[in-house]
Write a protein that binds this ligand. Structure first.
Ligand code: KG4
Ligand code: ZN
Length: 339
């Protein structure tokens, strides 16, 4: 029997639902992005996020069903992100999924959001095992050794800020809008990705990441240039558009270098690796993606990065993991909670 899975994702600031068919893959992938609601605060406000999830979830699930040409009765399994994430946001998805599964007498599976990202590259590709997966988003930055579906191991992670968080926080320093990643990439392109200021790259021989030092380096460099007033915590008139572009460009090159260095080290420690995958919101970055593709080509490795709609938070990746868990009878019950 070919199962139909409804995926639900509400771990942060996207209300998402998708329908996944065991036979045909993702049939729909719908979401409501709250970016505009959080923009004026320069980051996600948890209370606003959970309220918005309540308002949108019904509509988004209906939209996903309609787009896939399915009705609730066609669904066999409800797969829902139950950790990690903002507690108030996760609760909306989990309670909604439990209610729906109970009312319709469907099976339910709780999915780890990060496992969703790790296997998101299978939504539009078939990366061989074993491979290294670099997950970089606003909330997480981690490297995994992936040996099979459900068989993966954390080999490195950020000790402080996530890579996306670094883009977002530095964008705020530069008085640029949230989320910072896309706008920093745009400004960096206008400077031809030149490395003007050579911000520090970690020299540690470890697979762990650290991005908070990068933020501090940018901050003090701006202060030194007179472009940021530390006491008043605000930009001065010396923060010109040209300087913004130069900082953005140097930052992007620094983050690319850090990623490549960590992947290189991971490959030396795991010589049987067949491919590298790059997932999460930061994987929308074409400059970093191209650098990875080039690096992998030079090292005779396959490289995979999902289409942008599968890089940022989405429910299709949650439904995909739900699919292989269902195949192995790894169901949850109604005691499913958010931790
Ligand atoms: O995966 P995602 O949608 O949400 C989380 O799980 O956090 O990732 C959002 C993050 C934000 O920090 C955003 O700045 C970053 O992904 N991002 C990018 C780009 N597009 C989104 N970072 C760098 N370059 C981009 N083009
Ligand atoms: Zn995510």
């Amino acid at each position: 029997m070919s199962l139909i899975i409804l995926g639900i994702e509400t771990s942060c600031d996207e209300t998402a639902a998708a329908i996944y068919s065991q036979q045909h893959g993702a049939l729909s992938n719908e979401l409501f992005s709250q970016v505009d609601l959080h923009k004026e605060y320069g980051g996600v406000v948890p209370e606003i996020a959970s309220r918005s999830h309540i308002e949108k979830i019904n509509f988004i699930v209906e939209k996903a069903l309609k787009k896939a040409g399915k009705v609730l009765e066609d669904i066999d399994v409800v797969a829902v992100t139950h950790r990690p994430g903002l507690p108030g946001s996760l609760l909306i998805g989990v309670c909604f999924a439990k209610g729906l599964a109970w009312a319709q007498q469907k099976k339910i599976i709780g999915i780890n959001h990060l496992e969703g990202h790790v296997f998101s590259s299978f939504l539009d590709n078939k990366p061989p095992f074993p491979h290294i997966c670099l997950t970089a988003s606003g909330g997480h930055t981690a490297m995994y050794l992936v040996k099979g579906f459900g068989d993966y191991q954390l080999i490195g992670q950020t000790l402080d800020d996530a890579a996306g968080e670094a883009f977002d926080k530095i964008a705020k320093l530069l008085d640029l809008p949230y989320p910072g990643g896309p706008v920093i990439e745009k400004l960096a392109r206008e400077e031809n990705f030149q490395d003007y200021f050579h911000y520090p790259r970690s020299t540690a021989d470890s697979l762990d990441f650290s991005f908070s030092g990068l933020k501090t380096a940018v901050l003090y460099d701006l202060v030194k240039k007179g472009a940021y007033e530390l006491k008043a915590k605000k930009q001065s008139s010396l923060l010109t558009e040209k300087l913004k572009r130069e900082v953005a460009s140097s930052l992007l090159v620094a983050i690319k270098d850090i990623f490549i260095k960590k992947i290189k080290l991971a490959l030396t420690q795991n010589p049987d690796i067949k491919a590298v995958t790059f997932v999460g919101g930061v994987a929308c970055n074409k400059f970093i993606k191209n650098a990875f593709a080039e690096f992998c080509k030079e090292h005779n490795l396959n490289f995979f990065s999902p289409a942008p709609q599968f890089c940022t938070d989405n429910a299709a990746m949650i439904a995909l993991v739900g699919n292989y868990k269902a195949k192995h009878n790894l169901f949850s019950d109604y005691s499913l909670d958010i931790f």
